[in-house]
Design a protein around this ligand. Structure first.
Ligand code: PMV
Length: 298
């Protein structure tokens, strides 16, 4: 008999990379899911066939959960893989949920997320935990990594957010490598990076207020400034910049890369539904994929 489990995609609206070092970040769960189906087997096998890291990650989760059985793991994903929307975390969460169903463990979301984190470490070495949190809980949250227990606060959304995701379709490096590159730069130039980190902290503080108050123009401007910082720490690419530029030409309120960067996806704040549609179409015209979602006022 087979069991299934689901994990969700996410977009980081503000704060990627800085979140690894304890600065809060703002993220939104996306209505795109990844489904994992497991079936007992005498060996571990992923379908469709994927790299060794995926098997290692599933093994790390099994170890954390004290499970020694082997499985054929079938993956069905609506989330484009490896492009900043948290597909690896969704896979880890889907696997934990499938195991929880199989062994009738009735795991809480907190536990699902923490087991998934063990799998995430294989891909990203020092993940902040934001991806597995969003892949488990969804919604719109403020996330802050903390030594004892991460802080996760649901956000009050003061006005609907018209979000466009533009996908460059390629990644120059994996998340773990990009995070390591940023760490090396930070260690080489601590004084400058302390200054950049303070700026990011302020951006998040102001953005939180803008989201709560429904000040979307202000939020867009903060996303643009955040992109400036991401570019300053060296994680933007020509393709990210092309999408961002196109979105701004179409009247976007704000646009930046989302996730680890160096390709992957961009997150754009459109003015309204019509503007979001225009941005999606124009991004497609320059050869990239795009889709839009609405985060409703709550
Ligand atoms: O590109 P993704 O989906 O792997 O997102 C990574 C987000 C980072 O902040 C760069 C790393 C992390 O662990 O938070």
């Amino acid at each position: 008999m087979s069991e299934k489990g689901i994990g969700y995609a996410k977009t980081i609206l503000l704060g990627e990379h800085f979140v690894v070092y304890g600065i809060p970040a703002i993220a939104i769960g996306l209505p795109r899911k990844l489904e994992v189906e497991i079936q007992n087997s005498d060996h571990m096998q992923i379908v469709p066939n994927s790299d060794e890291k995926v098997v290692q990650s599933m093994e790390a989760i099994k170890k954390a959960m004290n499970i020694t059985d082997n499985f054929i793991i079938k993956i069905k994903s609506e989330i484009p893989l490896g492009c900043g929307l948290g597909s690896s975390a969704a896979l880890c969460v889907g696997f934990v949920r499938a195991l929880s169903n199989k062994y009738k463990l009735n795991l809480s979301n907190e536990l699902i997320s923490s087991y998934a984190y063990e799998g995430e470490k294989i891909y990203h070495k020092t993940p902040s935990g934001i991806d597995n949190t969003l892949a488990t809980f969804g919604g719109a949250i403020l996330f802050q990594k903390a030594p004892e227990k991460n802080i996760i606060k649901p956000l009050k959304i003061g006005a609907a957010l018209f979000i466009v995701i533009g996908n460059t379709g390629k990644r120059i490096k994996g998340t773990g490598e990009i995070v390591a590159d940023v760490r090396a730069k930070k260690e080489k130039n601590p004084e400058l990076y302390a200054y950049l980190f303070d700026a990011e902290k302020k951006i998040i503080e102001l953005a939180l207020n803008a989201i709560e108050q429904g000040k979307v123009q202000e939020l867009g401007e903060l996303m643009n400034v955040n992109q400036g910082l991401l570019s300053a720490i060296g994680v933007s690419s020509k393709e990210n910049e092309e999408i961002i530029q196109k979105a701004r030409e179409c009247g976007a309120l704000g646009a930046k890369l989302t996730g680890a960067g160096l390709g992957g996806c961009c997150v754009i704040l459109a003015e309204n539904k019509k503007n979001a549609e225009l941005i999606v179409n124009e991004i497609k015209k320059i050869g990239y994929n795009a889709f839009s979602i609405v985060v409703e006022k709550n």
